[in-house]
Design a protein around this ligand. Structure first.
Ligand code: NDP
Length: 312
């Protein structure tokens, strides 16, 4: 039997059972046990989302951690994880497409002024609003990895001018690619819509701050589905109040769930989603997770093992 520890914050046992059922299709010997239970003490692998990482110290045989999401910041915040523990993430085309749908929706809502029309509808006001010419709008996608590349390509297919930003040099058909600090400074100044799809690392934390927002064009649209910590929230709020940012569409926050007392709730031009832009789908992710489990137990490095030095 392959016993694997399981922890997914805020979910019930039925979620664990569903994962076990989906994983059994590819690894019939698997048994998932709650990570915090006694049964998990001897596991070699844990399948986790926002788990209490101090538990690791009690798992003497642990060899691998598999993230239930594409990001691994929920694991790597714990700096003391030994380097010999393999950390794997999901890379699922289903999630990339799902994110692409959410970003397209957000961009289109901005360009077609959906919320302005909603307000008019409430007041029975039948009147065209000033239209934005999509041909003149430039979009920057910060982070063109597994997800951002799909998003950038889809935006291009929709007829937009799209730019991508990454750490290393990239070539993506239809997308103008930039990298490094100079690329960031250029895109911040020249684009109208800014989409953050970066992983959270020490280099990307607070990257959207007072200076970045100040350098954006007046009336820019800011979309964040990366992580809350990419943004200095007070700086975003101030810029939304002044109109420097005309629309912010957010899926992720420094503190999740977003507290009731947070000022974002009161700010009309900030649209809030509860971290649902691209949710993990056990049906499409099970195969690669089962493979990662087999690899780790056979001392083979699985696909999508993260680079500990880079943090993603
Ligand atoms: P990838 O690792 O595949 O891609 C990351 C991209 O960011 C790469 O293009 C990488 O550059 C770039 N990058 C990383 N660090 C830097 C840096 N310092 N400067 C410039 N570019 C940098 O990640 P994914 O596309 O799979 O996922 C991205 C993030 O999306 C996740 O980490 C997670 O935070 C978020 N996410 C959010 C979800 C939601 O529902 N809101 C769902 C899923 C993911 P390079 O290509 O050169 O390495």
């Amino acid at each position: 039997m392959t016993v694997v520890g399981f922890f997914s914050k805020g979910t019930s046992i039925s979620v664990q059972n569903n994962w076990e059922q989906k994983l059994k299709l590819f690894l019939p010997s698997i048994k998932l046990v709650p990570l915090l239970s006694k049964e998990a003490l001897n596991v070699t692998i844990a399948l986790i989302w926002k788990a209490p990482m101090e538990r690791l110290k009690e798992l003497k045989n642990i060899k691998g951690l598999i993230s239930l999401g594409q990001g691994v910041d929920h694991i790597l915040y714990e700096l003391s994880i030994p380097k010999n523990i393999t950390i794997v993430r999901i890379v699922d085309p289903y999630m990339a497409k799902s994110m692409s749908h959410w970003v397209l929706l957000s961009v289109l809502n901005f360009i077609r002024d959906t919320y302005g029309y909603y307000d008019q509808e409430k007041n029975k006001k039948y009147q065209p609003r000033k239209e934005k010419n999509f041909l003149t709008i430039e979009i920057a996608v910060y982070g063109v990895g597994a997800i951002g590349t799909v998003v950038a390509k889809d935006l291009y297919q929709m007829g937009f001018k799209v730019n991508g930003w990454s750490r290393t040099k990239k070539e993506i058909k239809g997308v103008t690619c930039y990298h490094g600090e100079s690329g960031f400074s250029k895109l911040i100044k020249t684009c109208d819509v800014h989409v953050c799809l970066l992983p959270l690392t020490s280099s990307t934390k607070n990257i959207f701050n007072k200076i970045a927002f100040k350098n954006m064009k007046y009336g820019s649209c800011f979309i964040n589905a990366g992580r809350g910590d990419h943004v200095v929230e007070e700086d975003l709020l101030e810029n939304c109040k002044s109109g420097q940012i005309s629309n912010a569409i957010l899926d992720v926050y420094k503190n999740e769930p977003l507290p009731n007392s947070h000022n974002f709730w009161e700010q009309e031009n900030i649209r809030l989603w509860p971290h649902v832009a691209a949710e993990t789908n056990p049906e499409t992710a099970a195969k690669q997770i089962a493979n990662a489990i087999k690899c780790i137990n056979n001392n083979i490095l699985p696909p999508n093992t993260i680079n500990r030095n880079l943090g993603y």
